[in-house]
Design a protein around this ligand. Sequence first.
Ligand SMILES: [Fe+2]
Ligand SMILES: [Fe+2]
Length: 307
Amino acid sequence: MTTKPTNTCPPPMTTLMPRQFVAPLAQHTPRHWLPGNPVVSAILNAYTVLVPANENFYIRTLKACMPRVHEANTRWMIVNFVHQEAQHGVGHRQHWSVLDAQGYRFRRFEKWVDVLTFKTVERIVPLHIRLSAVSCIEHINAYLGYEFLQQNILETADPSVRALFEWHFAEEIEHKHVTYDVLRELAGGYLVRLLGALLAAPIFYLLMTIGTLKFLRQDGLLLKAATWRQFGSHLWRANHMALRTLRHLWNYLRPGFHQNQLDDRALARHVIERYSTTPSIWLQPTARGQQQARPAVSGANRGRDAA
Ligand SMILES: [Fe+2]
Ligand SMILES: [Fe+2]
């Protein structure tokens, strides 16, 4: 942290493509858009409600760290990470209008969460611990993505809602290492990683639980035995999410951990390709993404083009 940061970002060694979600989300989508599974529908509805404030928090945190980051590739990764996260917020806000049309009430909960958690944490928690908290939530986002995609949990879901979540999960896998790499560059100590995880993981799962139960209560399903059997199926018998979650969290706390130790990039690539090609071109590069996709023009060609 003794040298000055550069103001420009040279081309990255590896690249992240910012894309926008352009699938038509239908207002008449059924409430239980994963047919026969109100529990997973409610879990991901809670996720959708939390995403925009959550991701704005990541973006503010990473932008606050930017002046201290000197490694050119890391700076470039942060820029594209911010663009991807911003697009996730836009995509999930579109899903909010579907939830409105379905008659759900969630906006007061969303405001309460933003003010009482993200904005409060931002006021009282030092930047390096906030960065560590974001790194832990990004790990959670990535392993949720891995589990939902690898187990094909959304296979029978409404196609456009499925695309929204699978696109988001795939990009969480693509950029899963970014915040962790920034954390290692700025505050690499194990204790900081541990404190961030102890702050982030309980808050994340508490908010997800409250949100999920609120959706199920509005469905009138909260006290039904079948609902709790379905929770059992998601957490233990079918999707094994309880044990898998503990394993992923435990893995994050290993001293030698790095996200790239789990190579699930092919899984993410496959999903991005599926939604970027016919018949459902539901993902498009943003203006920044299009710039990155364009082949670099050599000095000689640049001269010829200009002539
Ligand atoms: Fe995201
Ligand atoms: Fe992310």
